[in-house]
Design a protein around this ligand. Structure first.
Ligand SMILES: C[S@@+](CC[C@H](N)C(=O)[O-])C[C@H]1O[C@@H](n2cnc3c(N)ncnc32)[C@H](O)[C@@H]1O
Length: 288
């Protein structure tokens, strides 16, 4: 396990994933009934963008740092930018929230969350951040096992976030298996899966396996900031099962903006495709 998210925090992939996460959480908060979140690959929770790791990769400079004040910024990015602002109460963008902090800040008194992290140092850092918050449980161990162990929760509403590092071969196949189990166990939950734009064959296999599950409503989202390159990640995507009402159009508007704002080179683009019982209900794309 060599992966450290500190090198990638706040990059274009995080912007896409965390902006969508913040929108889903906002939607879950609109109803009084409690919701729960399972974050299977949680990371350390908070990242210092002045750290040597962030300085070495510089990835955040092509991500969150490009989203400064801009009057044209779409309203759909507001919950995400607010989540970042909450970690920087005195201004600036030094502290970048990982998914667990974005989730924690969205929980109300009766809501709950489970975070799973395999790496001991990352987990210890997250443990310190969570402190004595009784709404949250932190687990050591494999995130895919957590899907099987913790679903279904007692709540009908909520989200499973699956955000693996994709550094081992076969990740897409493990992912497809875990999601299939998860959906069978908790049909009313939303699932958001992040994926890098790489290993196209693995991704297509995963997509076919998930499509064969006969899930009611799914959203497939992609953002590319440049043409594919061997030495760096130029795009990422989300696969969202049971998305909240209105998320597809909100993401389409957001991606049209982000693909322009985060573009590194001509040749990137974005796509949002929503299907309901196999029928396409939204299909939008654009090129940069
Ligand atoms: C992409 S990072 C997670 C970032 C985080 N979800 C966020 O958005 O801020 C992936 C994390 O998964 C952890 N990890 C790797 N394999 C795992 C496994 N099998 N189960 C749980 N965590 C794992 C890594 O240590 C790393 O912290």
């Amino acid at each position: 396990m060599n992966y450290r998210h500190a090198f990638h925090a706040g990059n274009h992939c995080d912007v896409l994933k965390h902006a969508a996460l913040a929108l889903i959480l906002e939607s879950l908060r609109t109803k009084d009934k409690p919701f729960t979140v399972l974050d299977t690959h949680a990371g350390r929770g908070l990242y210092d963008l002045d750290s040597p790791e962030a300085a070495r990769s510089g990835e955040h400079r092509g991500g969150i740092l490009r989203l400064g004040d801009d009057p044209a910024i779409p309203a759909s990015l507001a919950p995400y930018l607010e989540a970042v602002r909450r970690q920087n109460p005195f201004g600036g963008q030094r502290w970048y929230p990982g998914s667990p902090m974005i989730v924690r800040d969205a929980l109300r008194a009766g809501d709950s969350a489970k975070f799973c992290e395999l790496h001991p140092e990352e987990r210890a850092a997250l443990d310190r951040l969570i402190g004595t918050d009784r709404r949250i449980r932190l687990y050591e161990g494999d995130g895919y096992q957590a899907v099987r162990a913790f679903l279904p929760p007692k709540e009908r509403r909520g989200l499973v976030l699956i955000d693996p590092p994709f550094e081992e071969p076969g990740e897409f196949d493990r992912l497809a298996g875990a999601v299939a189990d998860g959906v069978r166990r908790w049909a009313s939950g939303a699932f958001m899966i992040w994926r890098p734009v790489k290993d196209e064959a693995g991704y297509q296999r995963c997509l076919a396996a998930l499509s064969a599950l006969g899930i009611g409503k799914t959203l497939v989202v992609e953002l590319r900031i440049a043409p594919a390159a061997r030495d760096r990640l130029t795009g990422s995507g989300l696969f969202i099962i049971n998305p909240p009402f209105g998320l597809g159009p909100a993401l389409a508007g957001m991606l049209a903006y982000l693909s322009d704002r985060l573009a590194m080179a001509p040749g990137g683009g974005w796509a949002v495709r929503e299907t309901e019982r196999g029928a396409v209900i939204l299909d939008q794309k654009g090129g940069a």
